[in-house]
Design a protein around this ligand. Structure first.
Ligand SMILES: Cc1cc2nc3c(=O)[nH]c(=O)nc-3n(C[C@H](O)[C@H](O)[C@H](O)COP(=O)(O)OP(=O)(O)OC[C@H]3O[C@@H](n4cnc5c(N)ncnc54)[C@H](O)[C@@H]3O)c2cc1C
Length: 376
């Protein structure tokens, strides 16, 4: 018979929800999953990155990482469209990206189709999603699969492991840290490689008769220096509700939580210069700010069995083995938390699976130690 494990996941962003779903849907009946988080889908807060994402697919992965997938139900807010990547100056060492082999309709854009000021471009079929809608969609799937969601702030991994999992007071066998930037301050993690990269975006819409054109493409424009360079990045991502995300900024270590009006104007100006036919009459609905959870050295996707000392005499006496917990991490996705969400979730779950035997072994050792100690 398959054992049922109690899993507590920290974080209800795209990483926590995707990882929880990979457990529940990948291994039906094996895991009982509870998510605890300060912020839940529908919340908007500077410390909760996921609602602010564009979110489109521009791969930074190497050729070995093909675990990029898309969801295709209307509730998910996912659209397939054409992705245009533009360079003001063609990179001297330009090579076709690795994903040329897996995307549909990849091509170098003919010169006559390029916007004014753009020297080189590629386009291909890509994916964009409505981030807040996608989070709600994941949340619904999670609840439907039997997951439990609880709003709670925890100070440490130890506190996470101590949370009662069910009415009988059982605690977690496995804890998974998907706390994004929260991993900087979480005791037991304190990851100093984490740093915020501020992104300001503008939510706009175009005139109604232009929407059928605007909804067909995403755009990302790379500048070499000048007014379009230095900390700025120009992009356009439509959402399935008629809104369009215009971006943006990449401001490392900047945590200002309010949008800057000057930046909003600069973003609209840059986008308009690229596509005046669509955006010269666009209407700004609001400006927003999010902090990308960047990590020097890349994401932390890992798992290992740890003995978390709880300092609880009762626990030490009655269930010493419960201080031995399988601890997994899935955080630090920077600018690509959505596009890497499914692949990283699957890898995390794979690592958990690979450590279950070690969890059982160490718990056994601790139980025997406890019995010996009790006899002394
Ligand atoms: C402007 C902008 C544009 C972006 N565009 C894209 C894009 O086009 N494509 C793409 O793939 N990605 C994009 N991203 C990046 C993407 O949004 C992030 O990588 C992703 O959302 C990170 O998700 P996460 O679940 O790891 O973290 P978060 O969404 O930040 O979730 C962290 C969770 O942990 C909880 N938490 C943290 N600490 C604690 C604690 N101590 N106790 C309890 N709960 C805690 C929080 O409450 C929250 O629920 C963009 C980001 C921004 C800001």
């Amino acid at each position: 018979m398959t054992l049922k494990y109690n899993v507590t996941v920290l974080g209800a962003g795209v990483s926590g929800l995707s990882t929880s779903l990979a457990l529940l849907e990948g291994y039906p009946g094996r895991y009982h999953v509870k998510i605890v988080a300060t912020h839940l889908p529908s919340d908007t807060h500077i410390d909760y990155t996921s609602p602010w994402a564009g979110a489109h697919w521009r791969s930074y992965a190497d050729i070995a990482d093909l675990q990029q997938q898309a969801e295709t139900t209307p509730d998910a807010g996912v659209m397939f469209l054409t992705g245009h990547d533009y360079w003001d100056v063609k990179p001297k060492d330009f090579q076709d990206p690795w994903f040329k082999a897996i995307v549909k309709n990849y091509r170098h854009i003919p010169k006559k189709e390029l916007p004014v000021g753009v020297e080189f471009g590629i386009d291909y079929t890509t994916v964009a999603l409505n981030a807040p809608k996608y989070l709600k969609y994941l949340e619904q799937r999670f609840l439907k699969a039997g997951g439990v969601l609880e709003r709670m702030t925890v100070p440490s991994l130890q506190a996470l492991a101590r949370i009662p999992h069910s009415s009988d007071g059982a605690t977690a066998d496995i804890i998974i840290n998907c706390s994004g930037l929260g991993s900087r301050n979480l005791f037991g993690v304190h990851d100093h490689q984490m740093f915020p990269t501020r992104g300001q975006i503008v939510i706009a819409n175009v005139e109604e008769h232009l929407w059928p054109i605007a909804k067909q493409f995403t755009m990302e424009r790379y500048a070499e220096g000048g007014s379009m360079g230095s900390g700025t990045i120009t992009y356009v991502i439509p959402r399935d509700n008629g809104e369009i995300v215009l971006g943006g900024t990449m401001q490392h270590y900047n945590t200002r939580d309010t949008p800057c009006e000057e930046t909003t104007r600069a973003i609209v100006d840059r986008v308009t210069r690229t596509r005046p036919d669509l955006f010269s009459t666009c209407k700004v609905l609001r400006s927003c700010v999010g902090l990308r959870p960047n990590r020097r050295g890349g994401v932390n996707v890992s798992a290992r069995v740890e003995r978390l000392d709880w300092n609880s005499a009762k626990l030490q006496q009655e269930h010493p083995e419960r201080a031995v917990v399988l601890v997994a991490h899935n955080y630090g996705h920077g600018s690509y938390g959505y596009q890497s969400s499914i692949g990283c979730a699957q890898e995390t779950v794979h690592l958990i699976d690979a450590n279950l035997t070690e969890l059982a072994r160490l718990r056994d050792v601790v139980t025997k130690e406890g019995k010996v100690a009790a006899r002394i």
